[in-house]
Design a protein around this ligand. Structure first.
Ligand code: PLP
Length: 394
């Protein structure tokens, strides 16, 4: 790392743990180390009590009942449990799943395993603004469809999908709806009833909680059944076997409670900083394109392309000053163009430098102004070196 820390603008990849969250977690590593499944003594009761408090806190953030929250090791596991679990539960009905081209890799890869196991998958494209059209989802639903999976907000371009409209379509056809709510929950209002979802996945470390803990919401009324993907301990109402990560769960609950308190003020604050960032970049540079809907978008996300700039070179040039990403943390490192950008129909995507900015609670106006200066200098330098030029890459 350079002498001064780079400005962190990669909050879609992960967020720092809130110190208040850490404080609440600490006693559950040492003093209250009990196994939440130990029903015979006070150590177990203490741990179980803390887990149930956290379950209420997470439920409250998402408008669910505590019994509908199943703790997992993160959203990767929650997504897997939702999709594979729902398909297994309704195998006599069919094995067709409908999802969207810009979903997180986890959802797309799990859907591919469904197809490999003899099921069917339909991948619905997105419109030019990065949102899925519910009419296209309706058209993809067939008599053997069991599940539709549409993320609430995209982790690369920050676009918010019309999930409640997709829900209307799903309910009319008797199909369950799952949403990957990781990027939305704790950042914008998220309510399972308002959205009309049957299953929803969450991750603590995307909302200032610890890594390695998440949750799956499983609707009770009308009842949604899923088949567990791990067995052996009967924890989490038999839906997810394995000793509970008590400190992690406590941290998730604390993070959910804090996020709920902050949404109304943090949302507008980061949105104003995001707008300042875009204004600064467009003032300093020509040929800056915003990817994805400008309005249906997370308040802390900006995703832009700079014509005539190599994305890899841009990232390398910025690394000492600004921590940003070209897209998903999971897909970066490969030189493949992002599947999200490809789905947007972004032309000649490999010749365009795209940057994802994810602002956070610690981001200040001074950070934004410094980031603008660094990005503008880097883009200008790379364009001067580019054999293609701004016009040639269109
Ligand atoms: C980070 C992320 C995941 C994976 O969550 P983990 O808890 O890290 O497994 C899934 N979906 C989306 C949209 C994400 O951003």
């Amino acid at each position: 790392m350079p002498a001064t820390r780079p400005i962190y603008l990669d909050h879609h990849a992960t967020t720092p743990v809130d110190p208040r969250v850490v404080e609440q977690m600490l006693p559950y590593f040492t003093e209250h180390f009990g196994n939440a499944a130990s029903r015979q003594h006070a150590f177990g009761w203490k741990a179980d009590e803390a887990v149930e408090r956290a379950r209420h806190q997470v439920a409250r953030l998402i408008g669910a009942r505590a019994k509908e929250v199943v703790f997992t090791s993160g959203a990767t596991e929650a997504n897997t449990l939702a999709i594979r679990g729902a398909l297994a539960a309704r195998h006599e009905h069919g094995a067709h799943v409908v999802t969207v081209a810009t979903e997180h890799k986890v959802v797309l890869d799990v859907c591919h395993t469904v197809a490999a196991d003899g099921g069917r998958v339909t991948i619905v494209p997105v419109e030019r603004d990065g949102r899925v059209d519910p009419v296209r989802v309706a058209a993809a639903i067939a008599p053997d469809t069991v599940l539709v999976s549409v993320m609430t907000a995209n982790n690369e371009i920050g676009v918010i999908h019309p999930v409640s409209e997709v829900s209307t379509v799903c309910r009319a056809r008797g199909v369950w709806l799952h949403t990957d709510g990781v990027q939305a929950a704790g950042h914008v209002p998220f309510d399972v009833e308002a959205l009309g979802v049957d299953l929803a996945s969450f991750s603590a470390h995307k909302m200032y909680g610890p890594k390695g803990v998440g949750a799956l919401y499983v609707r009770r009324a009308p009842k949604v059944t899923i088949v567990p993907q791990t067995v052996g301990g009967g924890q989490e109402q038999g839906l997810r076997a394995g000793t509970l990560n008590v400190p992690g769960i406590v941290g998730f609950g604390a993070a959910a409670a804090i996020a709920r308190d902050l949404i109304a003020t943090e949302g507008p604050r980061v949105a104003a900083l995001r707008d300042r960032l875009l204004a600064g970049l467009t003032r300093a540079l020509e040929a800056v394109t915003v990817n994805g809907s400008r309005s249906a978008r997370l308040p802390h996300n900006l995703h832009v392309s700079f014509a005539g700039v190599d994305g890899e070179a841009l990232m390398t040039g910025l690394a000492d000053h600004v921590a940003v990403s070209s897209g998903s943390a999971c897909a970066s490192g490969s030189r493949e163009p992002s599947h999200v950008m490809t789905a947007l129909g972004a032309g000649a995507v490999e010749r365009w430098g795209a940057l994802r900015f994810g602002l956070g609670r610690g981001t200040t106006a001074a950070d934004i102004d410094a980031a603008v200066t660094h990005v503008a200098a880097c883009v200008t330098r790379l364009r001067a070196m580019s054999p293609v030029g701004v016009g040639g890459s269109q």
